[in-house]
Design a protein around this ligand. Sequence first.
Ligand SMILES: Nc1ncnc2c1ncn2[C@@H]1O[C@H](COP(=O)(O)OP(=O)(O)OP(=O)(O)O)[C@@H](O)[C@H]1O
Ligand SMILES: C[C@@](O)(CCOP(=O)(O)OP(=O)(O)O)CC(=O)O
Length: 386
Amino acid sequence: MSENFVVTATAPVNIATIKYWGKKDEKLIIPVNDSISATLSSDYMCAKTTIAISPNFEKDQIWLNGIEESIENPRLLNCIRNIKNKAKIGTDKLKWKIHICSENNFPTAAGLASSSAGYACLVYALSHIYNVKENISDIARQGSGSACRSIYGGFVQWYTGIKNDGSDSIALQLAPASHWPEMRVIILVVNDKQKKTSSTIGMQRTVETSKLLHYRVKYCVQGHIDKMIQAIKNKNFDLFAEITMRDSNQFHAVCLDTYPPAIYMNDTSHAIASFVHEYNAAANSYKVAYTFDAGPNACLFTLEKNVPALLYTITKVFPTSGSVKDYITGIPINIENKSINAPEINISMQSDLLKYVIYTKVGEGPTLLPDTESLLNREGLPLRLA
Ligand SMILES: Nc1ncnc2c1ncn2[C@@H]1O[C@H](COP(=O)(O)OP(=O)(O)OP(=O)(O)O)[C@@H](O)[C@H]1O
Ligand SMILES: C[C@@](O)(CCOP(=O)(O)OP(=O)(O)O)CC(=O)O
């Protein structure tokens, strides 16, 4: 296979601080409101995708985490078709069949935004194979709405847009990760066996049944967006924390106002939210903020200087029956230091409410990887199958 027709890329997940919830166009994935997110470092959570095209392939194929999946997924096909429409390579090559192989280095479809990294990575790799240079976030959006924000690193805004064809419903970077290098993210993965209602189905039901959503879109989101932009620009953590938590709470209120309700947070999630408020109250300032997506896991934002005391307290309030070393993954950190000056908190939950903790930070957008990182062999077949 010619080198030019194999591309391997990696793309990050992103966590919204102002939530996207509800579409005004289901097929084109145009949201009812703007949203803002932070892109997380690819070092600890990312999708990796190799794409090859060749005249020797007999059919289009996709492997996800070592298992062949059907290519007849309308969102996947939309992304491939939209990229091909903008392609700048010979028409003969547009007819070549495509092999896609992708892996996530964290659990897929577990409420950890795998679809955002997955579709951003797919579209980014496709754009390099087919030589597409323009903004590709509107194409990633059609894989999964939140994926359009993973096309950029740092802090990102996804604009609803006003055009019916969705061409101005794109993401743009508000500030690079280097603008606020102290920002840190701690993900608390909650033990939960329950199957969630997918974001796609949940938000569809919300649009159909919740009056509160229409109130949120009309009267609240723009204020949250303006304040969030101000918080990011001025590196004002107090404002960032308050608006992040208020927007998450309002999003879950809207989910509860859905009929039948879409319930994503569980008892552990609520215990985490209470813990964060108590921690900030004990410290007499905003040290940490929570946000919850369509699942029970918490994403905490904090500043680097607060991390040791916060992680230390998390291991006391939400203890593990295993070793702390295995409990906290991600950026290496030593929290056994006795001199840590943590605020006094008098809550202690039972052991093992959390599965594990990922300590990470805000990071860069998608990148190309060298050929040595390819997930496909010279015949265009996966190197590893599950
Ligand atoms: N690396 C990937 N490449 C291509 N598609 C992917 C990849 N990872 C995930 N997906 C797609 O995203 C789907 C999972 O999306 P889903 O929204 O259910 O879960 P999630 O993104 O992990 O959770 P949430 O959106 O609630 O945070 C997968 O079934 C698959 O279709
Ligand atoms: C709660 C959210 O994470 C919802 C994400 O929804 P998806 O982007 O997964 O939904 P689809 O566009 O239907 O694929 C909030 C957010 O990321 O803004």
